[in-house]
Ligand binder design. Structure first.
Ligand SMILES: [Zn+2]
Ligand SMILES: [Zn+2]
Ligand SMILES: [Zn+2]
Length: 130
């Protein structure tokens, strides 16, 4: 079976916080659940929707650039040049934190909530909250 081809969208909705617990919501639009308090929230952001529809993506199999044309993520796209199908996935926001002990910068995916991190350089444990 063919492995599914995916491309990560370069466009993320703005950081929005949950109206109930004020935690960071996942970077999605529409009806989403807060990962922290499980509240169901409706989030709309027309600017992001439009940017998604107009986003240029490179086909992962032939590299030709096409306009996504769909106002949601994830979505399935078909390349008009080589006909291969692929998925465009939601953008995964990255954040940079600094180790409080040795000041090394650590890049990580931004996931809502508290996380314990061990610094790869000095092995200090610390906690981050997004
Ligand atoms: Zn919440
Ligand atoms: Zn293609
Ligand atoms: Zn450190």
């Amino acid at each position: 079976m063919d492995e599914e081809l995916t491309v990560e969208s370069a466009i993320a909705p703005p950081d929005l916080s949950c109206p109930k617990c004020e935690g960071l919501l996942p970077p999605e639009l529409g009806e989403i659940s807060c990962l922290l308090c499980e509240a169901r929230v409706r989030v709309e952001h027309p600017v992001t929707r439009r940017a998604w529809a107009e986003e240029k993506v490179a086909c992962p199999s032939c590299n030709s650039v096409l306009i996504s044309g769909v106002e949601r993520r994830p979505a399935s796209l078909q390349c008009s040049t080589c006909d291969s199908q692929f998925r465009i996935t939601a953008n995964v926001p990255k954040a940079e934190v600094r180790c409080p002990s040795c000041e090394r910068r650590i890049r990580m995916t931004k996931r809502p909530g508290l996380r314990d991190i061990t610094c790869p350089a000095c092995e200090t444990m610390f906690r981050v909250n997004f």
